[in-house]
Write a protein that binds this ligand. Sequence first.
Ligand SMILES: Nc1ncnc2c1ncn2[C@@H]1O[C@H](COP(=O)(O)OP(=O)(O)OP(=O)(O)O)[C@@H](O)[C@H]1O
Ligand SMILES: [Mg+2]
Length: 282
Amino acid sequence: MTTSGSMHHTAREGNTRYFVIKCGGSVLKQLPEEFYHDIVNLKKNHNIHPVIVHGGGPEISEMLEMASIETKFTDGLRVTTDEMVDIVEMVLSGKINKLLVKKIYQAGGRAVGVSGVDGAMFTCEVPDRALGRVGNVTSVDRSLITELSESGYIPIVSPISMDKYGETLNINGDEAASAVAKALEAEICLVSDIPGIYELIDGKQIVYPLLDEEKITRLIDEGIIFGGMIPKVKGALAALSEQVRSVIIVDGREKQALRKAVEHGPIGTRIIRKELLDVTAN
Ligand SMILES: Nc1ncnc2c1ncn2[C@@H]1O[C@H](COP(=O)(O)OP(=O)(O)OP(=O)(O)O)[C@@H](O)[C@H]1O
Ligand SMILES: [Mg+2]
């Protein structure tokens, strides 16, 4: 990292900022050690409180397969039946959440793993019964995250929640990250296994460096954005506000991915509000 002055977007002088990092299940096993060191470094030296939210798609699929349970996706969201919801929670809040706690420890930091269930952090609604036990986050109580952060811990959030009867709900990791970021008025970095949002032209991946809502809507209509990218862009657009001016999608395996994301360097795809796109284009 360079000086904190170059990170004015996330750290204002004397005023600690939150920065939400969503680690996709797709890329978790391939993230370099440097990635975790950078997270710890943000916390220790840059007046930034990193908050990690994770996914776990491939690992959940693997466990469901072992249990001979079939999975289906609708627009990138896993249809979550009663019979699979316990496995989803075990993998996300147990295995993957604790793996990240250990990674942060090995990188010299201290982390605490929680899910949306803990402290009743997430309030959810069930948007579509056809998706089964899938929740939409309607609000986030930020107090657990801010207290952990101010006590020196890096919170690691598993995208699991409960309904008002205490029954488990599965939340898409990108949606959870966006909801957490909104509550913290934080920028988000969505870390995945793709170089950004791209379009295939003559078999080559051409990455869009900058996108706004209008262009994203067009790319979804044209089928260029599909599957797991849909909850990413929807969550990103929902998180944008006066305070959250952009969301970035990066490949966590790229060198210095996180540093570039924090410093607004040239990497991945940045999703921004329309009026900002006009300014940037000039
Ligand atoms: N235009 C696009 N550009 C890049 N990726 C796209 C695009 N459209 C769809 N995708 C898909 O989105 C996928 C990333 O979402 P996915 O949900 O699979 O991963 P993740 O969110 O990182 O992991 P997890 O859901 O486990 O947290 C890519 O692997 C790619 O197949
Ligand atoms: Mg995903």
